[in-house]
Design a protein around this ligand. Structure first.
Ligand code: GTP
Length: 366
């Protein structure tokens, strides 16, 4: 059997009412629920980290880069989405979902926010979870992390508040964060899972030791519930330089729609398949056509490393692939706000995660 032969194109063309992603997005930063953690000052005091002198709130427009860095699965993409008030970066319960740095642009135009009347623009960088590289792919991912740390005016070092000690990946992340160009804010996430926020206190000392310095601030948050995420944003803004916007006010990202389309398929793979399959999967958008008066036409290759993985993705009688396509199409329609006609093809590229040629073809290392 030719591994590259297209399957019967899985066609997913039912009439779904495309719903705006915003409809499901949590209210930006004022959601109820989770423990109330108080002001950043109280939080910093509770966590025994003196809050250093923060610069006075700027009267001029501010702009800068903010890197969100941490071990896999700590909630970096969830925080990016929370701040943007929309789902831009894919999220899954499995570690190492994010593979490229995902850039989201948060703009407040002059007069839009009372606390920041001059307006601001933050270029938020969601980075892949820090791991010890096992494949060449991981090396590219870690280069993305380092590049983000080098670009960032402020780094948010995100950690899981529910751990009782640092994992190997947390240590690796702390080591990389040591190279951050600007201030480092330690945010302890998932506090909604704690009975008392104080349970996370011992982590502050452990992270301080791993970083080799005191963080510039410590903030317990819940990215999922929106607890203290606005306070964290305020602490970030206090450290962002004055400057003009880099991007037009209505631009949310610099990635093309094709990038998000491939990420949506990849996210669906993470949600529907277990073990190694999602990690061995890359998605390439082969065709993306907007067709006036008709649904958009999207064709994607789903690339895996082994024929056994291909068989799993396709499933008996193509059932698994059909289910995957249906979920991905619904998400795409919500993202694009338009109807989509989606075709998926599964292909095998042996060991692509370790083949420089394939990695370049898939956009790593550019
Ligand atoms: N309870 C709880 N779960 C959270 C919170 N933030 C994120 N999560 C969950 O943690 C899991 C990982 O979240 P992601 O945002 O994908 O984490 P990430 O750090 O971007 O992950 P990688 O891509 O692996 O680096 C998902 O199941 C999220 O729903 C939180 O504040 N509270």
């Amino acid at each position: 059997m030719d591994p590259d032969a297209p399957l019967d194109p899985a066609e997913f063309d039912t009439d779904l009412d495309p719903a705006g992603l915003d409809a499901d997005a949590p209210e930006a930063d004022d959601a109820d629920g989770g423990p109330t953690l108080g002001t950043p000052e109280e939080a910093a005091e509770a966590y025994g980290v003196p809050r250093p002198e923060a610069p006075a709130r700027s009267a001029a427009h501010q702009s800068g880069y903010v890197a969100i860095v941490g071990a896999p699965n700590v909630g970096k993409s969830t925080l990016l989405n929370r701040w943007l008030g929309t789902k831009l970066s894919i999220v899954s319960p499995r570690p190492s979902t994010t593979r490229n740095r995902v850039l989201g642009i948060l703009t407040a135009e002059p007069g839009e926010r009372e606390a920041h009347p001059a307006g601001f623009q933050l270029v938020l960088l969601d980075t892949p979870g820090v791991v010890r590289p096992k494949y060449r792919l991981h090396q590219h991912m870690m280069r993305d992390v380092d590049r983000s740390l080098g670009d960032a005016d402020v780094t948010v070092f995100l950690a899981d508040a529910t751990r009782d000690r640092l994992s190997h990946d947390d240590h690796q992340a702390a080591e990389r964060v040591q190279t951050a160009r600007g201030p480092v804010l330690l945010a302890l996430n998932k506090t909604d899972k704690l009975g008392l926020v104080d349970e996370a206190l011992p982590l502050v000392a452990l992270y301080t030791e791993a970083l080799g310095r005191e963080p510039d601030a410590v903030v317990p948050i819940s990215a999922q519930e929106g607890t203290n995420t606005a306070a964290l944003l305020d602490l970030v803004l206090e450290r962002i330089p004055e400057g003009p916007p880099y991007y037009p006010a209505d631009q949310l990202s610099e990635h093309p729609e094709r990038f998000f389309i491939s990420e949506i398929v990849r996210e669906a793979v993470f949600h529907q398949f277990r073990d190694e399959v999602p990690y061995a999967t890359q998605v390439v958008v082969v065709t993306y056509e907007e067709r006036p008066g008709r649904k958009d036409f999207v064709a994607c290759d789903i690339v895996v490393e082994r024929d056994t993985q291909k068989a799993i993705l396709i499933g008996k009688g193509g059932k698994a692939l059909k289910r995957l396509g249906q979920a991905a199409r619904e998400e795409m329609e919500a993202f694009l706000g338009r109807g989509v006609f989606l075709q998926l093809y599964v292909k095998t590229r042996a060991d692509w995660r370790d083949r420089e040629g394939h990695l370049r073809e898939y956009g790593f290392g550019r």
